[in-house]
Design a protein around this ligand. Structure first.
Ligand SMILES: NC(=O)c1ccc[n+]([C@@H]2O[C@H](COP(=O)([O-])OP(=O)(O)OC[C@H]3O[C@@H](n4cnc5c(N)ncnc54)[C@H](O)[C@@H]3O)[C@@H](O)[C@H]2O)c1
Length: 356
């Protein structure tokens, strides 16, 4: 324990242990806190990755709840604990129903529960689809920055699958200083492509926007490719589309055939997490029986433990870690407390005397 740690621990011990009040933070408050703070959120996410890499976290495998009568639906539980400046435990509970989109509502919905480090009591329930999209986009922007160092900075970006996550990723790239000569768009749904194009135009981008009907054309004409589809199995297998060695943010995890993974330098957020649930890297492991195709984690790159070869595509596959939701969620909570607008549910915990 460092001197600083022991002082912090001492002050925590000297605080009386009490049940914290329970708060609810609606999406409107979450959005108000996060809007326009892209650089700050990317820094938080970087700090969370570094703490996780240093072992100051607990992040067990996500649990996927699936339903025999609704095969496309799932609800995922992401329990986690993170130390450092965050010092909080909790759980994200996020459901995905792809059919929602046809009804005009987002695919994913979520809550995040924060638990008090000292008593274990839950002290907040936050609307978390925004937090989840935000941490995903911040992680993508962080990866785009670190993984493009030492190569020519991409000037042409291609978005492959353009729903809510693609929109957040574009916002984070733009908000952290990226500008592109060209933005390519490809989606199976013409409505999605048109909606995303409309968003880009409203965002005031100066980039030339092209909607590509062909997947190969999009990839060939992009130096940075962002996959954010809902594909459940690989649909991109033509190696020749990647001859120009693009940087690929493989956020939707299951688009690339193992052959593409094996021909690339692969960076993940967490090895054990990512090599599960039939992600493309997991399929590559199943095909080869080894993990030699993995170069390391984003934390390895940030810490200088791994350097990337310049002669092949670089693929970042982030499984999505619960510690990132906690880091962003705790930041939102602290900011809402600071604003004096925390919505406390009085007497939420009501049975507080053990013997009545
Ligand atoms: N890795 C992470 O941390 C992380 C976090 C959040 C979301 N995600 C993933 O991001 C993905 C996108 O989420 P969203 O909320 O934006 O979904 P969405 O439903 O809003 O958008 C997905 C889009 O992809 C398109 N699409 C589906 N299959 C396609 C294909 N084969 N080719 C081209 N386009 C295709 C759909 O038409 C749709 O427009 C999901 O797979 C989700 O699981 C990953």
């Amino acid at each position: 324990m460092t001197a600083l740690d022991s002082t912090a621990a001492e002050s925590a011990r000297s605080k009386p242990i009490t049940v914290p009040p329970f708060a609810v933070i609606p999406g409107a408050q979450v959005q108000q806190v996060l809007k326009g703070r892209e650089n700050q959120i990317v820094e938080l996410v970087e700090a969370a990755y570094r703490l996780h890499g240093a072992g100051d976290s607990v992040n067990p495998p996500s649990y996927f709840l699936r339903f025999p009568d609704r095969p496309s639906a799932r609800i995922i539980a992401l329990p986690a604990s993170i130390g450092g400046q965050f010092r909080v435990d909790g759980l994200k509970w996020i459901s995905s129903l792809p059919e929602n989109v046809a009804a005009g509502i987002p695919r994913a919905s979520a809550v995040l529960i924060l638990n008090d480090h000292d008593t274990g009591y839950p002290f907040a329930c936050l609307e978390s689809s925004i937090i989840s999209a935000t941490r995903t986009a911040a992680s993508a922007a962080l990866a785009a920055d670190w993984l493009s160092r030492g190569r020519e900075r991409p000037a042409r970006v291609g978005f492959f699958g353009v729903g809510l996550i693609a929109r957040y990723i574009h916002t984070f790239l733009a908000g952290t200083g990226w500008s592109f000569d060209e933005i390519g768009v490809h989606d199976l749904s013409a409505d999605s492509a048109a909606g995303f194009r409309g968003y880009l135009e409203k965002s005031g981008t100066a980039s030339r926007i092209t909607v590509h009907d062909s997947a190969g054309q999009l990839i060939r004409s992009s130096d940075l490719v962002v996959f954010a589809t809902i594909a459940t199995q690989p649909h991109v297998s033509d190696l020749s589309w990647f001859e120009h060695d693009p940087l690929v943010l493989h956020v939707s995890l299951r688009d690339l055939a193992p052959e593409i993974v094996l021909a690339s330098a692969n960076i993940v957020d967490d090895v054990e997490h990512c090599l599960k649930a039939n992600t493309s890297p997991h399929l590559a492991e199943q095909l080869t029986g080894n993990r030699n195709f993995l170069h390391g984690t984003l934390d390895d790159v940030m810490a200088g433990r791994v350097t990337l070869p310049a002669d092949r595509p670089v693929v970042f596959s982030p499984f999505g870690l619960g510690v990132l939701d906690l880091a962003v969620g705790k930041y939102v909570y602290d900011e809402v407390v600071r604003s004096g607008e925390l919505l406390i549910i009085d007497e939420f915990f009501h049975e507080l005397r053990r013997h009545g």
